[in-house]
Design a protein around this ligand. Structure first.
Ligand SMILES: Cc1cc2nc3c(=O)[nH]c(=O)nc-3n(C[C@H](O)[C@H](O)[C@H](O)COP(=O)(O)OP(=O)(O)OC[C@H]3O[C@@H](n4cnc5c(N)ncnc54)[C@H](O)[C@@H]3O)c2cc1C
Length: 450
C-alpha cells in the first residue's frame, strides 16, 4: 500500500505514523514544519504564552498563599525564545519518531496531478504514485476585506507570538474560543483589552452559565466588552488604531487582533484534477470514514470541515490510516464528534464534553444535572483558587453519563475523566465509586456523580 499524506499537522502526522505501523509504505509531504500549524501557530504557542500569563496572575495572588507581594515583569524576548524552543523540540521529536517508523518525509508543496499521482515542488521536486492519499493541509486565519494586516498594529493570530511589544490597549475582534483565549493571554501580560462581541454573549456556542462565568472574570479584570457589535473597518490613528463597528460605535486601541475564524487550505491542491468536491465553505466533502467522493482520497483535520481541533484531527488521521489498511470493519469504530472534549484555556479554564444542559433543554430531553462548586473542594482551597464548578449531565433513568462542563483550574485535564465516561457509557455510580486521590480536584467529579 503506497500511502501519500499531504500536510504534517496533527491529522497528517498521526495518519502517517499509524499507517507505517500497520505496514504501509508512507510518504509525508510537508512544505513548512512537521507538527503543522498546530505546533507553529495555534495550540502550542498560544498555550505557551497563556502558561506564562498564568504564572503572572498567580504571582499577583501571592499574598493569598502567604507570600510577600510579587510583581513579575514580562520579558518578551525571553518569552519569544521559549515559544520557539518548544516548537522546535516538538518538531524534531515528531520528525525523529516518524523517521524511526519508516515514514519518508518529503519537503515541498504538494498538489494532486491526477487521482493516483501527487506532484511535489520545493526543496524536493518529485512525482509520487499513490494507492491512497490523505489531504491534511489544515486552514489559515480568515482576514476580512475591511482589514489589511501590517504585522505592527493590525495583527492576525499568527503575528502574536509574541508581538514586538506588549500592546498598551489591544482590541480583539471575535469572541469565540480563539478570541477569548487571546483576551485572557494579553490581559494577563498587562495589556488593557477591549473585546468586540457580535452577539450578546461571549462564546455564543457554549452553555450560558459557563459563558457568564468567563464574562464575570473578564469584567473583574477590567476587560471592556462591546456587545452586539460587528467590526466593519480599521483606521490608523496617531496612537494606533480605531476599530469601527457596523452600528456606528468605535473603539480605539494601540493594536487590533483579528480572531474571526479560519479558511480551509484547499486552494492550489489540484483537487479538480482528482475529481474531488468542495463544500460551499471550501472544505473537502467527506463521509464518516473521511473519504472524499473519490474513495481512495481522504481529507482529515481542519480541511474536512468537522470539529476544527488538533485533538480531533489526530484521531481522524488515525482512523483514516486504519481504513486505508482495511481495519475499519468493527462497528464501534466510527468517530463520534459529539463526544469530543474541548477546552478553552482562559482563567478560569473552561472544558466540556457531550451533552450540555442548555442543549438538553432545547431538545426537550430529560436529564439529571448535578453541580459541585470548586469552593467545596479541599484541593481548590489549598491551591488558593476556589473559583468555578463541575457540572455533570446524566440520564435519570439509567444513570449513564451524557456529558459535563467544568469551569475552574485544570478543567482541561479533569474533563478527560468525563470524556472517558461518555465514550465508554459509564454510569454516575462508576465515577462515584472510583477511588480517587485526596486532596484532588477530581474529587469534585466523584461528588457530582453521587
Ligand atoms: C490560535 C489557535 C489556537 C488553537 N488552539 C487549539 C488547542 O489548544 N487545542 C486544539 O485541539 N486545537 C486548537 N486549535 C485548532 C488546531 O490548531 C487545528 O484544528 C489543527 O491545527 C488542525 O490540524 P490539521 O492537521 O488539520 O492541520 P494543520 O495543523 O493546519 O497542519 C497542516 C499542515 O499542512 C501543511 N500544508 C498545507 N498545504 C500543503 C501543501 N500543499 N503541501 C505540503 N504541505 C502543506 C502546512 O504547512 C501545515 O504544516 C487552535 C487554533 C487556533 C487558530
Amino acid at each position: 500500500m503506497r500511502f501519500v499524506v499531504i500536510g504534517g499537522g496533527p491529522a497528517g502526522v498521526r495518519a502517517a505514523s499509524t499507517a507505517a505501523r500497520l505496514g504501509a509504505e508512507v510518504t509525508l509531504v510537508e512544505r513548512d514544519v512537521i507538527g503543522g500549524a498546530a505546533n507553529l501557530w495555534d495550540c502550542v504557542p498560544s498555550k505557551a504564552m497563556i502558561a506564562t500569563g498564568a504564572l503572572v496572575n498567580r504571582s499577583r495572588r501571592a499574598e493569598l498563599l502567604g507570600l510577600a507581594p510579587l510583581s513579575p515583569e514580562v520579558d518578551l524576548a525571553a518569552l519569544g525564545r521559549r515559544v520557539r524552543d518548544i516548537e522546535a523540540r516538538l518538531a524534531s521529536s515528531m520528525t525523529a519518531q516518524l523517521e524511526s517508523q519508516g515514514v519518508r518525509i518529503v519537503r515541498g508543496s504538494a498538489r494532486m496531478a491526477g487521482s493516483h499521482s501527487v506532484e511535489v515542488t520545493g526543496p524536493d521536486d518529485e512525482v509520487l504514485d499513490a494507492d491512497a492519499v490523505l489531504l491534511a493541509t489544515g486552514s489559515f486565519p480568515r482576514i476580512p476585506e475591511w482589514a489589511t494586516l501590517d504585522g505592527e498594529h493590525v495583527l492576525s493570530t499568527r503575528q502574536a507570538y509574541p508581538p514586538p511589544v506588549v500592546p498598551e490597549h489591544l482590541v480583539v475582534v471575535g469572541s469565540g474560543v480563539t478570541g477569548v483565549e487571546f483576551v485572557h493571554m494579553f490581559s494577563s501580560l498587562g495589556s488593557a483589552v477591549s473585546l468586540i462581541v457580535s452577539r450578546q454573549q461571549v462564546l455564543p456556542q457554549k452553555d450560558p452559565e459557563v459563558a457568564a462565568a468567563l464574562e464575570t472574570n473578564f469584567l473583574e479584570r477590567g476587560v471592556s466588552l462591546l456587545k452586539g457589535a460587528r467590526a466593519a473597518g480599521v483606521e490608523h490613528t496617531e496612537k494606533g488604531v480605531r476599530v469601527l463597528c457596523d452600528d456606528g460605535r468605535a473603539v480605539e486601541g494601540s493594536h487590533v487582533l483579528l480572531c474571526i475564524g479560519s479558511v480551509p487550505a484547499s486552494e492550489g491542491l489540484g483537487l479538480d484534477k482528482a475529481g474531488i468536491d468542495l463544500t460551499p465553505s471550501g472544505h473537502v466533502a467527506v463521509n464518516h470514514h473521511c473519504q472524499s467522493r473519490v474513495p481512495h482520497i481522504y481529507a482529515a483535520g481542519d480541511l474536512s470541515g468537522r470539529l476544527p481541533l488538533a485533538s480531533v484531527a489526530a484521531v481522524q488521521g488515525h482512523k483514516v490510516a486504519e481504513h486505508v489498511m482495511g481495519l475499519h470493519t468493527r462497528e464501534h469504530r466510527h468517530l463520534d464528534y459529539d463526544k469530543a472534549a474541548s477546552a478553552i484555556f482562559t482563567e478560569p479554564e473552561i472544558a466540556d464534553v457531550g451533552l450540555a444542559e442548555a442543549e438538553a433543554f432545547a431538545l426537550g430531553r430529560k436529564i439529571r444535572v448535578t453541580k459541585v462548586p470548586y469552593a467545596a473542594n479541599s484541593r481548590a482551597l489549598i491551591d488558593g483558587d476556589p473559583r468555578g464548578f463541575v457540572k455533570l449531565v446524566s440520564d435519570p433513568a439509567t444513570g449513564v453519563v451524557l456529558g459535563g462542563s467544568i469551569v475552574g483550574a485544570h478543567a482541561s485535564e479533569l474533563v478527560s475523566v468525563i470524556a472517558l465516561a461518555v465514550t465508554a457509557n459509564l454510569k454516575v455510580s462508576d465515577l462515584a465509586e472510583s477511588l480517587f486521590v485526596h486532596p484532588a480536584l477530581a474529587e469534585a467529579l466523584a461528588e457530582a456523580a453521587e
